[in-house]
Design a protein around this ligand. Sequence first.
Ligand SMILES: [Zn+2]
Length: 263
Amino acid sequence: MKHFKTAALLLLTSSVFTACQKTGLTEQNEPVPETMAAISPEFQHLKVCTELYPEGTSPRGATIKTKQWPNGTILKVSLNGGTAFVRSKVIEFARQWETYANIKFNFVTKDRKATIRVTFSPGGSWSYIGTDAYAIKGGKATMNFGWFDNATPDEEFSRVAIHEFGHALGMIHEHQHPLADIPWDKPKVYEYYKQTQGWTTQQVDVNLFQKYSTSQTNFSAYDKTSIMHYPVEEELTIGNFSVGWNTVLSSTDKSFIGAVYPK
Ligand SMILES: [Zn+2]
């Protein structure tokens, strides 16, 4: 298999559900655990995605099957709800993928038969991955933005909208890239995600430490600057490894999606 670039394309048979969850914040009057005390404030308010799997399925043992769309697909995307301003921002940033990929988005509203169905329900932000959207029946949402409003800064629209539409094109989280080698300080990571997201150790294992195999994915080099990467606080790693808040498409994101969906 030709090695494409960064962010790996998911090739799983199981429906993969990727959810960006708003953090559960530590109440100000609660004692701050030692791990959290060392974390910078912006990382204590982390809003990240999770990848969840239907009960009884496993991404590791799954039969390989691509989730990418046929090249040249025009994807009908229905934006259901949200303000006109918020919808316009989602469209503006999602369309950045069209510059590099041979994929077009046809944005409509209130179409329950559209392939990608976006809601704006308060809570988490998430998306199914690539063609897994076909598995979602009954007009249910295949993507949600949980915290956008008319006061959302452009940088946040960019960070989250481009990321979620990356999932819709088949991209997985970059920190689970087959070649990712993040020197996690695991006990601190468990404590941190328990505090900020309410995650169990198993959820941390699935969402952070498990990586996709080389046979499951199209990939090239691991890319710290990918829009699909979680922010990683240095305090949660051994040594001085860290990843900032990636809010724009990296050069590798652009070349990778162009290799997957060539023009
Ligand atoms: Zn995500």
